[in-house]
Ligand binder design. Structure first.
Ligand code: GDP
Length: 304
């Protein structure tokens, strides 16, 4: 239900464009395919993924000779679900992480302002509700506000936070956080990191160092690197995904702010283009407004 509401703008915009793309047409022909290509690109699905989808529909048209425009909804839904299938395996109803020996460590990366802190707070809340022992690490030491924001979330959710002064070494904060997590037998560690993209070499060096130090405390950590992207920025989100995947290994994505935007198509394009599953989507500012991404629900909400 929140998902439907969260995606409303994307859906409305998509359907109005799709309607215009087929107006006066009963058969899917080259003109309809051209229009459809434009609909997908302007819905922020991304050029590469759009061409892939169009190519698949072209194949169908060639094979079946006649495809009615009234079937386009269903065909699109199938093709998009098929694309998401390639990056998304099992579907979980609630947040869950694999069992590991000791705490499961998630390093959260992303540019400032995308909703990184909020996503960490929401995740901490949901894991906490499940009775998991969560610890936060404030390794974005570059901005005082980042540490303060994370503290506010820690208090709100009722989980401990490990922090140092602004300007201290992020790797040192990560070290402290993981040591503390081991000592307290925590289940889950969520580490916030700085998201400065203007200096790629610095970013890469910093993230590499944080990872290396983590491994000294917990071999295998970080178990997951979660990249947070602001869905409302459309093509910018693609660019950020490109930069971060070059700077460090990224295992999962969270796409935020889908509630306020018509750019929900980014979810489809980004997971396809980077081959990384979207694990969570943000559909509001509240603590409950983070959902586990489910490809079937997503496609259904989009096309309902
Ligand atoms: P950070 O700098 O990446 O840590 O960003 P914050 O977590 O501080 O979030 C920046 C702003 O985006 C805040 O005002 C959040 O409330 C807002 N925000 C985060 N996620 C969402 C979301 O899913 N939907 C909406 N509408 N706002 C969000």
């Amino acid at each position: 239900e929140t998902l439907d509401k969260g995606l409303e703008k994307s859906k409305t915009s998509f359907f109005s464009k799709l309607g215009k793309a087929v107006v006066g047409k009963s058969k899917v022909d080259d003109e309809v395919l051209d229009n459809l290509e434009e609909v997908l690109v302007t819905s922020d699905v991304g050029v590469e993924t759009t061409l892939k989808i169009i190519g698949r529909i072209e194949e169908r048209v060639a094979r079946d000779k006649y495809v009615g425009t009234d079937e386009l909804d269903r065909i699109l839904r199938e093709e998009i679900a098929g694309l998401l299938e390639e990056t998304h395996s099992g579907e979980a109803a609630e947040v869950s992480l694999p069992e590991v020996e000791g705490p499961y460590v998630v390093m959260v990366v992303g540019v400032n302002g995308v909703g990184k802190t909020t996503t960490i707070g929401k995740l901490a809340h949901q894991f906490n509700q499940q009775g998991k022992k969560v610890i936060l690490g404030a390794a974005d030491t570059f901005r005082a506000a980042a540490i303060e924001q994370l503290e506010i979330w820690a208090e709100r959710v009722g989980v401990p936070i490990v922090k140092q002064r602004m300007g201290s070494d992020p790797a040192s904060v990560a070290f402290d956080t993981l040591s503390s997590a081991v000592g307290q037998q925590a289940d889950i560690v969520l580490i916030d990191t700085a998201g400065r993209l203007h200096n790629k070499v610095n970013l890469m060096n910093e993230l590499t160092k944080v990872r290396r130090v983590m491994q000294k405390v917990i071999p295998g950590a970080p178990h997951e690197v979660l990249l947070v992207l602001d869905g409302s920025t459309g093509q910018n989100a693609f660019e950020q995904a490109r930069q971060f995947t070059r700077a460090t290994e990224v295992n999962s994505l969270a796409v935020t702010k889908l509630d306020g935007t018509a750019k929900g198509g980014v979810v489809i394009g980004i997971s396809d283009q980077f081959g990384i599953p979207v694990k969570y989507i943000g559909v509001g500012e509240g603590v409950e407004d983070l959902q586990v991404f489910n490809k079937y629900e997503f496609v259904d909400s989009f096309f309902k």
